[in-house]
Structure formats: C-alpha cells, structure tokens
Design a protein around this ligand. Structure first.
Ligand code: HEC
Ligand code: HEC
Length: 422
C-alpha cells in the first residue's frame, strides 16, 4: 500500500486546502461470486437481495467528515479500500461467510450505506429461555461457503429464526463518540406513560470493558472496532486479532479441520501504517459523515411538531452530543441521529432473538437519519413504507402508534413529509 499512500497523501493535501471534495476510491469492478450456493431465502415474503439504484439526492452520502488531518484521511482511504475489495479464499474469505466484502452489503445509496441483503439469526427458545445454540455455530447463519461440503444450515434444534436488514454506517464515529453516561442519562430520564428504555451493557471485546452498546439492531456492540472485528469474522470469514478462530459449519470442527488444515489469522498488518485491517476499516467508518439532511419545508416543520407531540421523539430522540474525542472532527458535536440508542420492549415487532444485553423482546431504537434513502424498513425489512413501519410498532410504542392512527389527515401528511426530509 506504500506507493498508493504517497499518491493519496497528495490528494488528501489538496482536500485540506479545500480544492476538491475527497473522492474515496471507487470500488473495484464486480467479480464473479467466489462462492458456492446461496441457500433459498427462508420464504418470509422478503424481497431477495440486490440493492435498488441510489435514491435521488444521494449526493453527499458516504463523504468523509470535514476537518480531518492528512493521516486520518489517508487511513480512511486505506480502510475504504479494505471495505470494498472483494475477498477470495487466498485473502481469507470463508470458508463459511455471508458475502465477499463489506461493501457487497453496505452499498445504498453509496458505499457505507444500508442494503437489501439480510442475514439470518436463529436459536432455540424453551420455556421462555433463549439458547443461541453456540455449539452448533449459532446464532448467526453463515449462508455461503467456498467449499460445498461445509455448507451451513439452520440446525434442526432451532425453533426461532429472524432476518436482519443491513444497517447504514454513516455517522458511526459520531455515534461512537456519544459518552456512555449520556445514553445512561437518557435511560434514567422521565418518559411518557408506557415508554421505558434501558442502556445495553455489553462486554466490548476491543477494550475488554463493559460499555453501553449502541451498534446493531440489538445494540449488541459498543465500538466500531469490535463490530468490525466481528463483521470480518462473521460476514466475510476473515479471522483477526479480536476474533481469531474460524467458524466451523454448524459447529463441526472436525469437518472444518479436514477441509481447512491451515487456519492462520487472515487479517494482515499494513506495513506502511502498522495498522491491521480491522483498525484501518475502523478508521474509515469512524470518519464517515452523517447522512446529509434533505431540505426542510413549511409542512415538514409542522411534521416535526407532530413527531414530538405523539411521542415518536421520546425514543427517536432527535439529537445527542458527542464528548471530547482525540479525533477533532468527532469532538463535542451535535449528532442528529433520531435515536436514544436504548433498548425497548417492542412486543410483537421484536425478533425473538436474545443478543448482547438485549432480550428476545427488546430492540434498539433505530436511528432515523437517512430515512429518505430507504425503501425497506424495520429489522427484517418487513415494511416497504414509513407508514407501514409506524403501523408495525407495538410494545412500548403502542401508544405512539395509536396516536398516529388518530392523527388528522393534514397532521399525518405533515409527519410523513417531515420523515421524508431525514
Ligand atoms: C452479508 C451482508 C453484510 C456484510 C458482508 C457486512 N455487513 Fe455489516 N451489517 C449487516 C447487517 C445485517 C447488519 C445489522 C446487524 C445486526 O444488527 O445484527 C450490519 C451492521 C453493521 C454495523 C453496525 C451498524 C449499526 O449501528 O447498526 C457495522 C459497524 C458493520 N455492519 C460493519 C461491517 C463491516 C466492517 C463489514 C465488512 C467486514 C460488514 N459490516 C460486512 C450486513 C453485512
Ligand atoms: C418505544 C420507543 C419507540 C417509539 C415511541 C417509536 N419508535 Fe420507531 N422504532 C423504535 C424501535 C425499537 C425501532 C426498530 C424496531 C425493529 O425494527 O424491530 C423503530 C423503528 C422505526 C422506523 C424504521 C427505521 C428503520 O431503520 O427501519 C421508523 C420509520 C420509525 N421507527 C418511526 C417512528 C415514528 C414516526 C414514531 C412515532 C409515531 C415512532 N417510530 C415511535 C422505537 C420507537
């Protein structure tokens, strides 16, 4: 990467001089899938994978935050390259995995965005106790393989399975920089009747400390580095310093060992920086700018008031503040994410999977920034419209949902117009 670095340092310097907007390198041309069969979708009425064309107004999505240093910019470009380059078995792919690169899933309306691809979680619930079937390589299904004999399936013991839609990563560094104490303070704050919410306390593998989880549908990870290590391992099969062990298909280690005798750690340290692949990928995700908001209208301002009045804002808290950060671009900033990052009991909408600190009924309040680029919503993509997503709210959000159904036509239109500006 050394030669490329000196070139991009030049490019990055002119960015800092304000001459050109930083264009992260384009993704490499699509490769034929390096992998074996994809099992048939679980027939839940969910549209198949394959991203829609970028939404109108996609400009600005996927840009870096303003005010980065040259080193931050160049590390981010290296990380972007690792995020987009398809892996092959020679570069650590699999043998069991879900796709060939991060960008294969996180690609709408730009690299780093959301995606129509869903992953599958499963487990076994007996007498209300969820068992992730860890010995059978639960709870995440690795749906593809480079070696057909290693094809993983949902084990017969599983009696619950749920899909998870690919979430957008814009603004992840800002979300990470919100202090744990600020999220805990939101949990402790007084809320409208029927609404609770608690901070997810998870073990952060990167720092080996208990932290407030905030990433993922279940707030199952606290830091980008831990999520990235997990995604390298689970989504593309690339073992790394945080997750050094290859997944054996359905837990069958003998089978894995028979087909893959060499299981050295796949992630490589970049000699130019001394940083590992997961660290560089983290450096990229940390400085991804938040989704640029769409223009407000007279009606959307009215809709913002309706959003607060019917308690959407009690969970979808419009903004939070970051603390001080070693990265100046993340330090003491306002983050307009429309989420309290807390876990809520969502009743019938919940996915039945326990993960991290989240119980089977609990989901993290989904951030609503960038909502206008989405045409699949909720954790399993069950809703195609914002109206449907609201109508599917249950549990702690039941009162807010009912209030929505009782809005005047004008207020409802204003609310939807407001949500369409996010
Ligand atoms: C097969 C599709 C797929 C691939 C490949 C993939 N992801 Fe994801 N990603 C997802 C899904 C699905 C979620 C939501 C997961 C959840 O909550 O269980 C997610 C969530 C995330 C999040 C958390 C964002 C948030 O707050 O919700 C991060 C960070 C992330 N992915 C990083 C990566 C990185 C880095 C890679 C490459 C190593 C990667 N992903 C590869 C599907 C994918
Ligand atoms: C009790 C907390 C709570 C309240 C109140 C609430 N929501 Fe949500 N909202 C959530 C959670 C949790 C999710 C993710 C649920 C899932 O997918 O399983 C969510 C998801 C969404 C989504 C889909 C986002 C995505 O990324 O797919 C939209 C849109 C949304 N909410 C809008 C609203 C609106 C509008 C209101 C007010 C009428 C509202 N919500 C009230 C907690 C809440």
């Amino acid at each position: 990467m050394k030669k490329i670095r000196s070139l991009v340092i030049l490019a990055a310097t002119s960015v800092l001089a304000g001459q050109v907007a930083l264009a992260l390198p384009p993704p490499p041309p699509a490769q034929p899938p390096a992998a074996g069969p994809v099992p048939p979708p679980q027939a839940q009425g969910i549209p198949p994978a394959g991203n829609p064309p970028p939404a109108p107004g996609a400009q600005g999505f996927g840009a870096p935050l303003p005010g980065l240093t040259v080193t931050q910019t160049v590390d981010a470009m290296d990380g972007n390259s690792l995020f987009t380059t398809p892996r092959t078995p020679a570069t650590g792919l699999g043998p069991i995995f879900n796709d060939v690169s991060c960008a294969a899933c996180h690609s709408t309306p730009s690299i780093g965005g959301w995606g129509r691809t869903t992953t599958t979680r499963f487990g076994q619930t007996v007498a209300g106790i969820f068992n992730p079937l860890t010995s059978l390589d639960g709870s995440l299904l690795h749906a593809r393989t480079t070696i057909p004999a290693l094809q993983e399936v949902i084990p017969a013991q599983a009696n619950v399975a749920a899909r998870r839609l690919t979430t957008p990563l814009y603004g992840a560094g800002l979300v990470e920089a919100i202090p744990d104490a600020a999220i805990e303070a939101l949990a402790a704050a007084k809320k409208p009747a029927g609404i609770a919410g608690r901070a997810a306390l998870v073990l952060d593998v990167a720092s080996n400390t208990t932290r407030v989880g905030r990433f993922g549908w279940k707030a199952q990870q606290a830091t980008i580095l831990s999520f990235t290590g997990d995604a390298f391992d689970n989504e593309i099969g690339v073992t790394n310093a945080l997750f050094p062990t290859k997944h054996a298909p359905d837990g069958n280690t003998a089978l894995l060992n028979a087909f893959l005798p060499n299981q050295a750690i796949n992630d490589k340290t970049d000699p130019a920086t001394g940083l590992s692949g997961i660290q560089l990928t983290t450096a990229y995700l940390e400085v991804l700018a938040p989704p640029p908001p769409g223009p407000a209208t007279a009606l959307s301002a009215q809709g913002a008031r309706v959003f607060a009045a019917i308690n959407c804002a009690a969970c979808h808290v419009p903004s939070q503040q970051t603390g001080s950060s070693t990265i100046a671009a993340l330090s003491n900033k306002t983050v307009n994410l429309y989420s309290d990052l807390l876990l809520h009991d969502m009743g019938a909408l919940a996915d039945g999977i326990a993960q991290g600190n989240a119980g089977t009924q609990e989901m993290r309040t989904a951030p609503l920034w960038g909502l206008r680029t989405r045409n699949l919503l909720l954790h399993d993509g069950r809703a195609a419209t914002v109206d449907q997503a609201i109508l599917d709210h249950a549990g702690e959000a039941a009162g807010s949902r009912t209030a929505y159904t009782q809005l005047s036509a004008g207020d409802r239109q204003a609310l939807l117009e407001f949500l369409g500006t996010l």
